[in-house]
Ligand binder design. Structure first.
Ligand code: PLP
Length: 414
């Protein structure tokens, strides 16, 4: 614990922890919250922003679209800059809208356009269920048979992560028949981070469209979507980004599609060119850029918490966050190896380049270890059949959290 305190004293981001509400453990002390990969914690400023929104609505009624500190009409526009910073995009390439799975479908409407020769959709295995359901349902929607049209690349027998060479070889071998490659930036179960630049380039060379699911990547690893050249990306804002349960999702569409009004898309009035939206004409003319994929006027209450949440990220900066993240997770790994190597197996890659902050731990004992941790005020999550995911996030977790987690895990497995 002394070592942890010394590392915390050395941490220039340590002050950010106080700007979050840390849930209490059964004993009343701060819990050890290592679950930011599932639902990020509430920033202390969130309440003020939401209260101000209620106040604007109370005071202005419909005029709140144009009045108050954050008028609702252009409300979504304020997120373009922070999201562009976090995803390595241009501001016109990103937008907040809908939720992740909805955005994935909207993106597949535009970027999964099977033809007789090029009709396959490549995903990872096992993919997050929602992504797989979405992919399979899109394949079926086009009248195709998933057994042939859905390519799933998974770990080799006996391995826990996917070899990138297997992804690249599949793209090389089947590329001409693949319409879309859709993979996670960071795999939710194993915590494996893929080389998004290399995979995107390889797939594009073979003429495939490329989309990334960044649910576990945004706010966790550094991203360069524009330079990598991905066609689209989608993510949720409630995991590492702390936007609150069910928060509005995010979407990236590469600049090269910004003015392509010939792309098939499902349209709605909020995607219509802003200059003429309120002429309410019958013909759809998309806004240039990612905004052109919006459907409805946005749910302001599900966006408001993003204001303080994204501000914190911009203030801390992804460079400093990833530096701390590597130290924090590296230290967790070191302690686990030294003290628990007989009880757990770390599934996540050991290379800091190939992971974010999450470590996925396979337990030799069963689920009761997880129950004991919960009772002791350690919040991690359990994934069937035998895995605990622990994610020390650099924004609000401390080295002391890591130390307490390892101590409790030792106790729970003994
Ligand atoms: C969290 C997560 C989702 C959640 O989808 P919602 O539409 O926001 O409910 C989907 N896919 C992946 C890979 C996730 O990690």
């Amino acid at each position: 614990m002394e070592e942890a305190r010394r590392l915390d004293a050395d941490d220039d981001l340590a002050g950010f922890r106080e700007r979050f509400h840390i849930p209490a453990s059964p004993s009343g002390a701060d819990s050890v919250y290592l679950c930011g990969n599932s639902l990020g914690l509430q920033p202390r400023d969130t309440e003020t922003i939401v209260a101000a929104l209620l106040e604007d609505w109370r005071r202005y009624g419909v005029d709140g679209h144009f009045r108050g500190e954050h008028p609702w009409m252009p409300y979504h526009e304020q997120f373009a800059e922070p999201l562009a910073i976090l995803t390595g995009a241009r501001t016109a390439e990103v937008v907040c809208m809908n939720t992740l799975t909805v955005n994935l479908h909207l993106m597949m409407v535009s970027f999964y356009q099977p033809t007789a020769e090029r009709y396959r959709l490549m995903i990872e295995k096992p993919a997050f269920p929602s992504d797989r359901y979405a992919a399979e349902s899109q394949v079926r929607y086009h009248g195709l048979d998933p057994a042939d049209a859905l390519i799933e690349v998974g770990p080799r027998d006996g391995e826990s992560t996917i070899r990138e060479e297997d992804i690249l070889e599949t793209i090389e071998a089947a590329g001409e028949s693949i319409a879309l490659v859709m993979l996670p930036g960071v795999q939710y179960y194993s915590g494996q981070c893929f080389d998004m630049g290399t995979i995107t380039a390889a797939a594009r060379t073979r003429g495939c469209r490329v989309g990334w699911d960044l649910a576990h990547a945004v706010g966790n690893v550094s991203l360069s979507l524009h330079d990598w050249g991905a066609d689209f990306a989608i993510w949720c804002n409630y995991k590492y980004l702390n936007g609150g349960p069910g928060a509005i999702g995010g979407c990236f569409v590469h600049e090269r599609h910004a003015h392509d009004s010939g792309l098939p898309r499902f349209a709605g009035w909020w995607g219509h060119d802003k200059a003429t939206r309120f002429r309410m004409g019958p013909e759809f003319a998309p806004s240039p850029g990612a905004e052109g994929w919006q459907l409805s006027n946005p749910p302001i209450f599900s966006m408001a918490p993003l204001i303080p949440a994204l501000d914190l990220f911009v203030e801390a900066g992804m460079d400093r966050l990833t530096t701390k993240s590597r130290r924090l997770t590296g230290w967790l790994e070191e302690l686990l190896k030294a003290r628990l190597s007989d009880d757990i197996e770390i599934l996540t890659p050991a290379s800091p380049e190939r992971r974010g902050c999450q470590l996925s731990l396979r337990l030799r004992a069963g689920r009761d270890v997880f129950e004991r941790l919960t009772a002791a005020g350690v919040i991690v999550d359990w994934r069937e059949p035998d895995v605990i995911r622990a994610a020390p996030v650099p924004l609000y977790n401390s080295f002391e959290d890591v130390c307490r987690f390892v101590a409790q895990l030792e106790e729970a497995t003994s």
